[in-house]
Design a protein around this ligand. Structure first.
Ligand code: 5GP
Length: 128
């Protein structure tokens, strides 16, 4: 089944400039901005500008240029926010939620970059 995309989702509206955001980085194919409800001292969302609903949608259908641009933007966001190990930072966690089981709230692919404090285990054992 083809991936569906809702053009009225909140990140599509941010990309159209209908809703403000605190931009960390903008490139040809990618936008990175601070999460409105940060769960760590660093909590940045990295999103492709293209209409991709989830990571699997992006990975399957985005162009090589979009995929490269996105990943280079992630590296730059890590550097800019001071969590990049190569720049002397203490590290980070990159998370993407997809669909119902992944508890994805906004149906436009986004990668959470979290850091700035020890983040604990990835998943609580009780959830497994
Ligand atoms: P998800 O659960 O889909 O992986 O994460 C969605 C994230 O988007 C949440 O962390 C939430 O705080 C963030 N978010 C929702 N609406 C807005 C918004 O209007 N602006 C920003 N900057 N972040 C938002």
């Amino acid at each position: 089944m083809p991936h569906a995309y809702d053009p009225q989702n909140i990140f599509a509206r941010i990309l159209r400039g209908e809703i403000p955001n605190k931009t960390v980085l903008e490139t040809a194919h990618t936008l990175a901005f601070h999460d409105i409800q940060p769960q760590a001292p660093v909590h940045v969302l990295v999103i492709p500008k293209g209409a991709y609903a989830s990571y699997d949608h992006f990975a399957a259908e985005a162009s090589d240029a979009e995929i490269v641009d996105f990943n280079r933007a992630v590296a730059e966001v890590c550097r800019l926010t001071g969590v990049d190990l190569g720049e002397g930072g203490q590290g980070f966690r990159a998370i993407t939620n997809a669909g119902a089981h992944g508890v994805q709230e906004v149906p436009h692919y986004h990668l959470h970059i979290l850091g700035g404090r020890p983040l604990g285990r990835m998943l609580a054992r009780a959830d497994s």
